[in-house]
Design a protein around this ligand. Structure first.
Ligand code: ZN
Length: 87
């Protein structure tokens, strides 16, 4: 009987293709890509708000008119807090 090919944790890729830390290379690339897409989406949101003179407070995430943190910092904070829900 033939052995089935061993797959990665997510059953998507051959298990032998791993990074140094033992993660599936293909899965971690996909995760990385998704994360970067979230960062981009958040940054676009922050920039769109700022274009309307609306700024996000980095500590409270409240909207206001005072420019505080850089758009990049605000975007990262949004991803950290709400990243699970950002597509
Ligand atoms: Zn995988």
């Amino acid at each position: 009987m033939q052995h089935p090919i061993e797959l990665c944790r997510n059953n998507l890729h051959p298990a032998h293709d791993k990074t140094k830390t033992g993660q599936c290379r293909s899965c971690s690339l996909a995760t990385d890509k998704a994360y970067k897409a979230k960062q981009r989406a958040a940054l676009e949101l922050v920039r769109a708000l700022e274009a309307q003179g609306v700024h996000v407070d980095l500590d409270t995430m409240a909207l206001g008119t005072d420019p505080g943190a850089t758009p990049e910092a605000v975007a990262q904070s949004i991803v950290n807090r709400f990243g699970e829900g950002i597509e």
